[in-house]
Design a protein around this ligand. Sequence first.
Ligand SMILES: NC(=O)C1=CN([C@@H]2O[C@H](COP(=O)(O)OP(=O)(O)OC[C@H]3O[C@@H](n4cnc5c(N)ncnc54)[C@H](O)[C@@H]3O)[C@@H](O)[C@H]2O)[C@@H](O)CC1
Ligand SMILES: [K+]
Length: 214
Amino acid sequence: MIHMTESISVATAREADARTINEIGIPSLVLMERAALGSTARLLNGDFDLTKVLIVAGTGNNGGDGLVVARLLHVRGIDVTVMMTGDPKKASPETAQQLKILAYYGITMQPTTTDIADYTTIVDAIFGVGLDRPVAGRYADWINAINASAAKVLAIDVPSGLNADTGQPQGATVKAAVTSTMAYPKIGFNQSTAQPYTGKVVVEDIGVYLANNS
Ligand SMILES: NC(=O)C1=CN([C@@H]2O[C@H](COP(=O)(O)OP(=O)(O)OC[C@H]3O[C@@H](n4cnc5c(N)ncnc54)[C@H](O)[C@@H]3O)[C@@H](O)[C@H]2O)[C@@H](O)CC1
Ligand SMILES: [K+]
């Protein structure tokens, strides 16, 4: 029996991912695909204006989820552009693989800029549960530009900059309309401080379950 409504800490989320990949043997790329299928379904449910979509992706696996969303929208004929934050040469193995796939499809990559006012929807895939320090510098500039845009924002897993354990912003933090979170809600989302950043929280079943559920 799966109970995906209980909230979990970042450490538990990371343990559950690692157990699923390393002990059960479901490849990380499979989980990434399922994560992105979940987020893409939220984007396609009619609540978002998908006329012109920007995916802002970091180099970790949260960014990889975002790159898969870019592909899934592109193959449906949606106008999608990707902006990578951080150095793509430092991408995680899964995210590097997704970058190769995007190149195959010829998906538009735009240089990093704060000039992103021209989009109807922005997907925030900069940081997820891997956030390990306050957001500052250029990352803060990009996050502030996302928040200043009129676009509706969907955050993947965690609004970038939000501490998913405490529910407190760690420097500049994305304000999302919807947070498409993976496997289970994170405990910090229950704090009143988190709600202006998460917006509505929706949970995606990606095949990762707590040990007592599988
Ligand atoms: N294979 C897996 O473990 C899965 C991971 N998933 C996704 O992957 C995410 C976790 O991926 P990662 O562990 O790669 O971590 P993230 O992608 O959340 O971020 C890690 C990267 O951000 C950098 N970073 C952290 N805080 C920063 C700051 N304040 N300023 C600048 N850089 C900063 C780190 O140095 C690291 O390079 C989840 O939130 C979820 O979206 C999902 O695809 C499901 C499966
Ligand atoms: K995010």
